[in-house]
Structures are given as C-alpha cells and as structure tokens.
Design a protein around this ligand. Sequence first.
Ligand code: GDP
Length: 365
Amino acid sequence: ALSIGIVGLPNVGKSTLFNALTKAQNAEAANYPFCTIEPNKATVAVPDARIDKLTEMAKPQKTISATVDFIDIAGLVRGASKGEGLGNQFLANIRECAAILEVVRCFDDENITHVDGAIDPIRDIETIETELLLADIQSAEKRYDRLSKMSKFDKEAKAASDELGRLLEHMNAGNPASTFEGKDNDLFKQAMREMGLITAKKVIYCANVDEANLDGTNDHVRRVRELAEQRGCDMVVICAKIEEELQGLSDEEQAEMLASYGIKESGLVSIIRTGYHTLGLASYFTVGEKEVRAWTIQQGWKAPACAGVIHTDFERGFIRAEVIGYDDYVKHGTEAACRSAGVLRVEGKEYVMKDGDVVHFLFNV
Ligand code: GDP
C-alpha cells in the first residue's frame, strides 16, 4: 500500500499526531481485516463523499473506503548524519514511503522546549532536509563507487556513473534529488529505483499550531506557506493536540468541537486528503449488494492495472470493463438503469480509468 512517512525534530508533535491517526485506525479496524497492525503504522480511511453517496443508494452489507498508511519514523535529530547516521531502521522505513510529511512546530509553549531554542519552522525544515540530503549523498556515493569500478570495462556503466556523478554534484550543492534532471539511461534509472533516495520523494509540510492559531494566520505558518509555494509542495495546518482529543468522540461531538474552533474539517481529514492528492492517487468504485468499495489507483493507470488492484488474476485475465461515470451512476441510480439509459460503456485494455468511475470487470480465469 502507498504510505506517507511522518518525520520531524523532537518535541514538535509527531507522536501526538501519530496517536490521533492510530486512534482513527482503531476506530475503523473492523472494516479493514486485510490490514496488518504494526506499532509504527496507522492505516486510515480516505474520507470521500462519493462513497457515502453510493452506500446510501446501493445499501450494501458493508462499505470499504480507500486507505492511506502513515508510518511514524522516529529518530531524526540535527547532526544525525555526522555521527552514527540516521540509523538503518530509520532509513529502511523512510525508503518504503511514497511521500514524506514533515511536521514542524508552529506553536509557542514555554513549557515545551524546542531542541534548537526558539521556534523557527523554516530552520526546522532546513535541518530535516539537510539530514535527509546527507543520507542520500551517502547512499549515492556508495553506488557511485560500485558503478565507476564497473565502468572501466562497460560503456553503459560508464554513462550511468557519469550521470550519478552529476546527481552527486547537484546534491552536494544542496539540492534535493527531486529537482535533478537526469538523462535517459536505463542503468542510472535502475540505480535510482534501487537507492530509493529520500529527497526524490514528494513532501508535504505540516504546520502544527496551537488551538488559538487554527485559522493559519500566525507568522510561523505564513513562512511555511511561502516556502511550500516556492517549492510547489502541499501543506496542511493542524493542531495535533485537538486531533488527539477529537478521536474517541462521537461524530456529533466532533462536529461540535470543530465548530467551537471555527473549522470545517479536522486536520486529520485534511492530511489524509492532501496525502492522497500529493501521491497522485485516484479511486474507482465497485458497487454491489454485498459491498461498496473504493479502490486506490495511480492517476493515469489503464483498466487492466486497475483491475489488478482487486486481484492479480483480474489483470492477467482481463477481457473488458463495464464503466459508468460517477455522475451518471448517481443520476440513474442502478447499473441496470444506466445500461438501459445507454451510459454504461464497455472499455478495453487501453482505457485510462477516471477518478470516480463505477466499474465491473470481466475476465478469464
Ligand atoms: P514529538 O517528540 O515530535 O513526538 O512530540 P510530541 O507529540 O511528544 O509533543 C511534544 C509536546 O508538545 C507534548 O507535550 C505535546 O502535548 C505538545 N504538543 C503537541 N502538539 C501540540 C499542539 O498542537 N499545541 C500545543 N500547545 N502543544 C502540543
């Protein structure tokens, strides 16, 4: 499953946020028997008004939302890469993640010390990103040494190691791997995949504010927002403390509490939604009497790959897909009604699935 790693300096609210995510997971655990429970992972449902609507219409026995995994990746401190390094566990965990949520402290509280003194989220982001970059440089250097040994008698390896050398220059100048424009070289691309460089991943900034600053106008938040815009990154503003309190309340109580703070949706919901967006994900739906379910795909995937999310046999034996656009489905109410209205389309292997499609696959076993 696609996961988002939570990183940040000590005392910024990571555990508080992760606890809230874990509580949200546990509240719904019965719906996700297929998710393995691990101490540093929280699997949470992606809120989606469309699946609520489809459930209301089809009245299935159960409804299963799309999910996103959040991984708590502890252990990032300033200077980590100079000493022992970030730790193998840290690196292994973060390499698995598709995107990174960088939590920075934007709340003032005299009772909670900041590891670097004053509150300064931009400095925190620089500290985090420097450590991640140094870790990447180390792995790229190792790979470079290996490739350059091979390149003495292998032309392709020579081209790949030259490319890697350029990437190292780029990173040594302080730039993340994500902004490197590499040449088209298979061996280099393979090295990139295998290294799983952290700074090549998408980043979401998470400004943790206190109760009084949820409108997102405090100075710290404003600076983070500027940086996020400059870098083309997504950003969320949350109050981790409130998120933790919200979990465990009934829906009505939650709504009341949110209203009392003057906010429309919880920070958790906006993190999940933003994560889904940052990862370039989309959902299609299957609708039946037994189950209404959202399936997660990457935007741009063709029908057979989408079928493969349900079962690998569906992909291998794919024949065709019967597809109804979400709006058409809602307008006509049932698959049969859509069929007679002529809005059910038969699509083949080349069909690029659209977000919200209601789908029925036909396949050979
Ligand atoms: P971590 O070290 O990053 O995991 O930080 P914690 O989640 O343990 O939080 C550090 C301290 O900050 C704890 O005492 C939290 O209660 C407090 N804290 C976390 N989030 C907030 C917040 O939004 N507002 C305030 N005022 N305190 C918070």
